[in-house]
Write a protein that binds this ligand. Sequence first.
Ligand code: NAD
Length: 267
Amino acid sequence: MPTHPGRDLIPTDACLVTGAGSGIGRGTAIALARNGTGIAAFDLDRAQANQTAAMIAEQGGRSIAIEADASSEEPMDEAIRQTMGYFGGLDGVVVNAGINGTWAPIDDLHADEWDRTIRVNLRSTYMTLNKTVPCLKANGGGSVVIVSSINGTRTFTNPGATAYSATKAAQVAIAQQLALELARFAIRINMVCPGAIDTNISCSTEVRHPERAEVPVIWPQGSVPISSGEPGRPEDVADLISFLLSDRARHITGTPIFIDGGEGVLR
Ligand code: NAD
């Protein structure tokens, strides 16, 4: 992968971010753009993607906002075509789009609810990688970051989050498998595993009968030790993703990094 002497905090020249219309994806797109990276801001929600692009333009950055369901093949083909036409290449990818989906006891979790979480979180991960790896190979290398979670990798205490946890664990397996497959192409692939982050993810969450699935433990002082119980901010995760995309992380691949303020150690 080409290095940028004196610009080692600038991760990439052009980076695709899925789910860039909100939360961690938006925070990451804005942080990367501030450092000079061109952003392909993909989101299911066109208005939200446009808003991210407007925020990037306000700070003098470059971006293209594209409406695309990251789990669907044809929209992703078209979105990648537009991205390559706009930037001429790609050297960074942030696989971020995701939902919490339905959290319910396993005997109350419907098959369609299971399928939806798997599709949005996991099929979109496959689809984004399937469509972008050829671009990274053509570029002569690149860096990928998958946004997983502490759920399913370090903690298992969110009652009913079985489908969600399964997708987040699978993302770690995918990244570790591909770190080996893609190393010969100078493509690094890592995962960030956030704890509670202040985003809009509660809008994509349905919780049913948690009392039937939970182990009743209460944390009296809040569950995020480093911030007195407060959740992290998208910017906290964006800084870590920016580092992993940059040449400063040139010897890191196949690595999950927990970013949870110590929440996962406590829980
Ligand atoms: P968010 O709801 O604020 O943002 C998610 C964005 O993804 C939205 O703009 C939404 O429109 C988009 N999206 C959803 N489905 C999509 C699809 N099929 N195709 C394209 N875009 C789609 O949530 P967030 O908290 O920023 O979540 C981002 C990622 O972070 C998710 O993968 C989530 O699992 C992970 N995560 C979040 C937290 C947290 O506490 N917020 C913790 C751990 C991991």
